[in-house]
Design a protein around this ligand. Structure first.
Ligand SMILES: [Fe+2]
Length: 486
């Protein structure tokens, strides 16, 4: 009997996807002139993006894209026009490797110095690559990387000003997460930026910092987690910070012995629960509860429903990793778990956690109206695969109505690959979902990147405008939109 292959036909060519990972070494600054459609006249501000810009050092490929040097892009919108600029973050490691023309540092995710394990043995130096996120707060533009200090940049020129202790909030040896959250506050209140530092070892020390609009520290809350913890993101409500401790263990010996990157020494423990840390923002004891074993990089949102905390997160069945012997460009998506949107209901009185899958299609990088962060909400928009089942690169943008249970989608397949979508609220609009979705889309058919502007209330209509850059931008990670035009 012939077996029937029920897998969906590939919505993309692997070679197309791979090309989006070519390094971009040129730094540009220009007005974008090749535009299809019209930039909404009311869209004014700056879109900052960060991500690995170099996937090789002088021709020697990196083992994992997360090891690439941070390159920040700034796209300004004003009066229906737009400009583009990109600059590498001049970290100590970037400058040293640029001068040497070769890899001098081991990457956390597996990139090794040439020369085999002997050349890497006992080399525990960390290269701050400043490649994960970029945030503008308190007149500072900060390129973030979770294992080190942020780097401050000039928001107008993207020139690197140097590592930043964020107004002496951090010590030079501290690490600051790449996932700050902005609490919009109650009506009439100013928003607050909340971020955390994490120092892991036999005990993991976490400090959560709240910064006012001027960037001044207004609250710090510290707590300890026994053992090793790998926590990339967190989420908040008006009364709580919520952290998911992934069920992983670290065996540092292959790293110390020069055999693997530190990130490749993390083992997912499917037989252990995920631990949820619920930390009161004011007085009160930290609580921990357990839920099903899963791996979370990113949370979408959380809110309070009486004594219950509702948390929506992108969950993976296990920790998605690249084999140490394999080039990341050759990964078979079918062998890795896909991210799915799960809803957790954390009952603080009953001390139970229940969960259900809200969206089972492969998705990552959720975005929502910034006014709903930490509050009950109805709409989330997210990057997704073109096909509704199976793991694949993100090629589409999906909007979910969490109350009605409906969804709408725009896809860039077969030649387009989307990056993190960002929600920008339309000025003077009241509806929660009234906003534009901005995303950088790699167009393999022209080997260039488009900046697309979608109407979040009508995704299926397709982009209101496609701004064609004159070159590509390698797949990025995170960024932000601010109303200032620098
Ligand atoms: Fe992230």
């Amino acid at each position: 009997m012939t077996s029937v292959d029920t897998r969906p036909a590939a919505a993309y060519r692997v070679a197309d996807w791979q090309r989006g990972y070519e390094s971009l070494t040129t730094e540009y600054s220009y007005a974008i002139e090749d535009i299809e459609g019209e930039i909404p006249a009311e869209l004014e501000g700056t879109l900052f993006r960060n991500g690995p810009g170099k996937l090789d050092v002088n021709g020697t490929p990196l083992q994992h894209p997360f090891d690439g040097d941070g390159m920040v892009c700034a796209i300004t919108f004003k009066d229906g026009k737009a400009t583009f600029r990109n600059r590498y973050v001049r970290t100590e490691g970037f400058l040293a490797e640029s001068a040497a023309g070769k890899i001098l540092y081991r990457g956390v995710f597996g990139t090794q110095k040439p020369g085999g394990w002997l050349a890497n043995l006992f080399d525990l130096k960390v290269k701050n690559i400043a490649n994960t996120n970029v945030v503008y707060w308190g007149d500072r533009l900060l390129a973030l990387w979770e294992a080190g200090l942020p780097h401050e940049l000039n928001p107008a020129t993207l020139e690197t000003l140097g590592p930043s202790t964020v107004g002496d909030i951090l010590k030079p040896s501290d690490a600051w997460s790449a996932h700050p959250r902005i609490d919009p506050g109650e009506p009439g209140q100013d928003p607050i930026l909340v971020n955390f530092s994490l120092k892991t070892g036999l005990t993991t020390q976490v400090a959560v910092h709240e910064l006012d609009l001027k960037g001044h520290l207004i609250r710090v809350k510290s707590f300890n987690i026994p053992g090793f913890a790998f926590i990339h993101d967190f989420i908040l409500t008006p009364r709580y910070y919520i952290f998911f401790q992934n069920p992983v263990a670290l065996n540092p010996f292959p790293f110390v012995l020069g055999l693997r990157g530190a990130g490749q020494c993390i083992d997912f423990k499917a037989d252990r629960p995920t631990r949820v840390w619920i930390v009161p923002r004011g007085e009160g004891a930290v609580q921990t509860l357990e839920t099903a074993s899963c791996f979370v990089f990113h949370h979408a949102n959380a809110y309070e429903d009486g004594d219950t905390l509702v948390v929506d997160s992108i969950c993976y069945e296990n920790f998605p990793t690249v084999d140490p012997e394999q080039d990341f460009r050759d990964i078979d998506f079918a062998t890795l778990p896909e991210g799915q949107l799960w809803r957790f209901r954390i009952d603080l009185a009953a001390k139970t956690v229940e969960h259900e899958a809200i969206a089972t299609r492969c998705c990552e990088f959720p975005t929502l109206n910034p006014q709903q962060v930490g509050r009950p909400y109805q709409f989330v928009t997210i990057g997704t695969a073109h096909e509704s089942i199976g793991n694949a690169p993100l090629q589409a943008i999906l909007k979910l109505d969490l109350k009605a249970g409906t969804q709408s989608l725009w896809s860039a397949a077969p030649h387009g690959f989307v990056s993190e979508p960002l929600f920008v609220a339309k000025p003077h609009a009241c509806a929660e979902d009234a906003g534009w979705i901005l995303s950088l889309v790699y167009d393999a058919s022209h080997h260039r990147t488009d900046i697309i502007i979608l109407d979040n209330q009508d995704l299926e209509k397709g982009p209101l405008a496609r701004l064609h850059l004159t070159h590509h931008v390698p797949y990025g990670l995170h960024g932000c939109f601010v109303p200032q035009v620098f």
